[in-house]
Design a protein around this ligand. Structure first.
Ligand SMILES: Cc1ncc(COP(=O)(O)O)c(C=O)c1O
Length: 429
């Protein structure tokens, strides 16, 4: 489908008027962020810094031995994915005849959970487990973290609950990690979240609480339910700094892979990274980490469904108050369940709002087309949300120009999709 391009340079800040007509009408749109600023000017003004992301990376590494011990598919202990080169023929279908090389950052196949939300969700459970371990004296500085898999630790964790509100994949990521350590787990989900995602959580031994409203109301209800409970930790998808830093550490993985592949990244050879966006935590954290490492040679493009462009709406309207997609008449109904979010995280909008290059909205029908294409060659098993990036490359390049860029499409989930769900989605392509 064709996309419209808008650049709302003259629009007033904090006004719904600044949201392009095409977005209101649910048409695929490329929104070039008029609020973008040089990374060197923005990054020093933020509350979080490179030291915070380095500390997150160091924590991940402290947990390598424990993760290796707990999960059979983690030979190294690292929850990371491959950076996959696409053939010229496949790349041309994505970026156009002169569009440049396309790589896939394959988080659809991330070990343990098969989705990007593990980077934040698993990480936050590890932060909590480390804190409890140190507070109770079960873990002493210098100990191997495999101690946290022992009987004593499991008994201690078993007296604690980890809770989260989720469209599905964050709940799964938090649930897998927390259950592996022995925590009780409670996941709050909207009534229309995918049935198989709810069942998968119940099979883990998690308690699933369904809410009549959307994802945002499930998060809000869970936040209230767990407020002030000393025996519980609530993972707040909308405002958790730990989640954000867990995602941000992915930047080190990508930089290592880019260097190993010998890809040149500089002002003349920018790196364009296409990131599916729901509430914004995963793409926001990754953007923050990558901007710290690559500065303005990096362009992060967020991709949202036409019915749920919450980050576009928030950034276009300005940051002085939260704005959701219902306010402009959209219904937040999309087949990309991981991206079905009406209101963006204000933490993310405020932290990376001036670092995001563009937001592109894509039609649901195109997600299924790309799922099918990427399955036939090179055989990527994606869920609809994870195909969003592919649909955005050409519209973005048509609007912003191609240059000599390298493109990375971040695939964010799908490897653990049940076969019947996958086949049904392919049939819609
Ligand atoms: C498959 C998939 N992709 C992308 C996202 C977007 O992440 P976020 O909601 O942090 O923006 C999600 C969120 O659940 C997801 O499940």
């Amino acid at each position: 489908m064709d996309s419209e391009t808008t650049d709302s340079e003259t629009s007033p800040a904090n006004s719904l008027d600044a949201i392009p007509a095409g977005v209101r009408e649910g048409r695929p749109t490329v929104w070039l962020n008029p609020h973008i600023e040089p990374a060197a000017e923005i990054l020093p003004t933020l509350a979080l810094s490179l030291a915070d992301v380095e500390a997150a990376e160091a924590r991940w590494r402290r947990f390598d031995p424990l993760l290796r011990h707990l999960f059979d598919d983690l030979e190294t202990g690292r929850i990371d994915s491959a950076l996959i080169p696409l053939t010229d023929a496949v790349a041309r279908t994505i970026s156009g005849p002169n569009g440049g090389a396309v790589w896939v950052k394959a988080d659809h196949d991330l070990p343990v959970t098969g989705c990007i939300k593990a980077r934040g969700g698993v990480y936050e459970v590890l932060v909590h487990a480390e804190r409890l371990g140190l507070e109770t004296g079960l873990l002493r500085p210098g100990d191997s973290y495999t101690r946290l898999a022992g009987a004593e630790a499991r008994e201690m964790f078993g007296a604690h609950t980890v809770a989260v509100g989720s469209t599905g994949n964050l709940g799964f990521s938090v649930g897998v990690m927390a259950r592996a350590l022995g925590f009780a787990v409670e996941i709050h989900m909207s009534h229309d979240a995918k049935a198989w995602k709810k069942q998968r959580l119940r099979d883990l031994g998690a308690r699933v609480v369904e809410h009549q409203g959307d994802y945002g109301s499930a998060v809000a209800a869970a936040r209230v339910a767990f407020e002030g409970r000393a025996d519980a930790h609530f993972v707040d998808d909308e405002s958790s700094v730990d989640l954000f830093l867990g995602y941000a550490a992915a930047a080190f993985d990508l930089r290592r892979q880019i260097e190993a592949a010998g890809i040149q990244i500089d002002a003349e050879h920018p790196l364009c990274v296409f990131l599916p966006c729901g509430v914004g935590g995963a793409p926001g954290g990754v953007t923050f980490g990558l901007k710290l490492l690559f500065g303005d040679a990096l362009r992060c493009i967020f991709v949202e469904p036409v019915a749920s462009p919450c980050m576009l709406v928030q950034l276009a309207a300005g940051l002085s108050r939260p704005v959701d997609v219902y306010e402009i008449g959209l219904d937040n109904r999309t087949a990309a369940d991981g991206l079905a979010v009406a209101g963006a995280s204000m933490l993310v909008a405020e932290t990376v709002g001036s670092l995001i290059e563009a937001v592109v909205t894509v039609a649901d029908a195109d997600l299924f087309v790309w799922m099918k294409r990427l399955w036939s060659d090179p055989g990527l098993r994606l869920e609809p949300s994870a195909a969003a990036g592919f649909a955005a490359v050409r519209p973005y390049l048509a609007a912003a120009g191609t240059g000599q860029a390298t493109h990375v499409v971040w695939t964010t989930g799908g490897a653990l999709l049940p076969e019947a769900e996958f086949q049904a989605a392919l049939a819609r392509g």
